[in-house]
Design a binder for this molecule. Structure first.
Ligand SMILES: NC(=O)c1ccc[n+]([C@@H]2O[C@H](COP(=O)([O-])OP(=O)(O)OC[C@H]3O[C@@H](n4cnc5c(N)ncnc54)[C@H](OP(=O)(O)O)[C@@H]3O)[C@@H](O)[C@H]2O)c1
Length: 215
């Protein structure tokens, strides 16, 4: 499968390495071609990884991942070319973080909309599925915890797209995936990211992930 990942940061590289390890072809996209972080990553993939602009990457991907600065994601989608997303499964890992000089980040939006909903609105013919946004990038691929595998949460409007993303999550080493509803559930999943950050700071440990206990 060809996977186009919009982004050149830790999330894009971590997901890119996971997809490459599973045998997929991956392109990382940036605002300009030749981004040094994306190029360094691609050079270490034995030819499975490549780089390009957001537009090259969106055109390349059969599945597309959104891994850009949360509040800049709709701009990145427009730079990528909205029609390149038509009919495709889009994995949305973004969070609309608002950074301040002090303390942990908060959400720039969240009560009446969410980044997931804004992203879906920007690409109405694509099938956006929120995933990977509720844990740190170091946990994305084959997470190992003494308490067993953590839970991943997904939401989105298209059942077929969620099924595809859940299959991908299983391949990434997430056997327990909870589908919590339509794309508007991004409001809760993006809030959960803030709880994850606050928990990690409270514990001085970023090797943390959520798990629901069941009985
Ligand atoms: N860090 C984590 O562990 C983690 C975990 C889960 C979810 N997330 C979420 O995943 C996303 C990516 O996080 P990250 O830490 O890897 O990277 P990041 O620093 O949040 O974002 C880097 C990417 O955003 C692009 N970007 C920045 N400003 C832009 C603008 N004005 N217009 C268009 N694109 C712009 C950059 O483009 P260039 O390539 O051109 O520089 C780069 O590709 C974020 O939404 C974050 O909240 C992060």
């Amino acid at each position: 499968m060809k996977v186009g990942i919009l982004g050149s940061g830790d999330v894009a590289k971590s997901l890119g390495t996971g997809f490459v390890t599973l045998g997929h072809e991956v392109r990382l996209g940036s605002r300009t071609a030749g981004n040094p972080k994306a190029t360094e990553w691609a050079n270490a993939t034995n030819g499975k990884g490549s780089t390009g602009t957001f537009a090259d990457t969106a055109a390349f991907g059969e599945v597309i991942v959104l891994a850009t600065l949360g509040v800049a994601t709709v701009d990145a989608i427009r730079q990528a070319g909205v029609t390149h997303f038509d009919g495709k499964v889009v994995i949305d890992a973004t969070n609309p973080l608002a950074f301040s000089a002090q303390g942990t980040p908060s959400l720039a939006i969240g009560l009446t909309t969410s980044q997931g909903e804004e992203n879906q609105k920007a690409i109405p013919k694509a099938h956006v599925v929120k995933a990977f946004n509720t844990t740190g990038n170091a946990n994305f691929f084959r997470p190992k915890f003494p308490g067993g595998p953590p839970d991943m949460f997904v939401c989105g409007n298209d059942a077929g797209a969620k099924k595809k993303v859940i299959e991908i999550l299983h391949e990434f080493g997430w056997p327990s995936v909870l589908d919590v509803g339509g794309i508007e559930a991004s409001r809760e999943l993006e809030s959960l990211c803030i709880l994850w950050v606050k928990s990690a700071f409270a514990l001085s440990n970023f090797q943390v992930a959520f798990k629901l206990l069941r009985r």
